[in-house]
Design a protein around this ligand. Sequence first.
Ligand code: KG4
Length: 339
Amino acid sequence: MIILSIETSCDETAVAISRNGRELLSETIFSQGEMHALYGGVVPEIASRNHVAHIGKLASSTLEKAGLVKSQLDAIAVTYAPGLIGALLVGVNFAKGLAMALDIPLIPVHHIMGHIAANYIAYPELEPPFLCAIVSGGNSIIADVRSYTDIGIIGRSRDDAAGECFDKVARLLGLGYPGGAALDELAQRGGDDTVYNLPRPVIDGYPYDMSFSGLKTAVANIVHNGQQRNETLDKASLAASFAAAVSDILVPRIMEAAKEYNRDNIAIAGGVAANTRIQKDLTLAAQAMGKTLYIPPLRLCGDNAAMIACQGYYEYIAGTRASMDLNAYATMPADARYW
Ligand code: KG4
């Protein structure tokens, strides 16, 4: 079963081809990061226009790299939600055109299900059920992965996503956009996580839900108060204290959920999964509880099309098909499906 997949939910234009889900035959990605860095965040129209300009060439070169021709494709998988609506529409329409021209099935993939599937590519032995935390620029979710196509949301952020918070704090520290990785690196440069006292909010009655926006405000206050008093900020320690606070919000909830839902395997996904502090704390916590931890490699943590091809395969097996009516959706809960 050979699937070509398309991912255009934000500022990466990505195409991949997989065989039977987990075997990646080729992938190409065009990252627009530098273009958006100029504006301190993703500009939706620029993202859409770049997807339009690059998607055709990427699809051709992905086929060429795999040594395949279009007629050898069995299905087209595409991210249809959630994401920037204009960006998603480019991928969805390209996928529709390809599926129609080749007369092969069109498979809609939820972006979050794709992030979870990044783990299937990295770890051939991993199978549901398991617990997964998806922490990216747009989402912070703790999910019970009951099967390849069925998840239950255990906890979520009530406000900002963890990645969004990393990016805003990085901007406050003058680290550019997207700043998560730069903030992580700064924290490693001798940062002391005990220097700044930051909040770890708890939501009454919802033990697995999270809140990150107060943490961002706390960092903003430290930065602005320091500027007013003309104090020199210990940026590395502030970065380390911030990463420690995010990890302290996230990791105990993941471990507690794994215990309550009786899952022996824990996976993490999304761009923030690349964070050094979170990875270290999760590794120690998993060891202490005798759980097996799966952390995808860096290239599979961020947005990519390989994960969409992989999830597309499991959706195909489960009978998921879209018609030419398929639309794109800017928001959609990870456990919902509309097409
Ligand atoms: O999954 P992703 O590539 O895109 C979304 O679907 O959102 O995640 C991007 C997010 C950005 O907010 C970025 O700053 C953050 O992941 N990120 C990190 C690290 N690397 C990327 N955050 C913390 N530490 C990192 N090492």
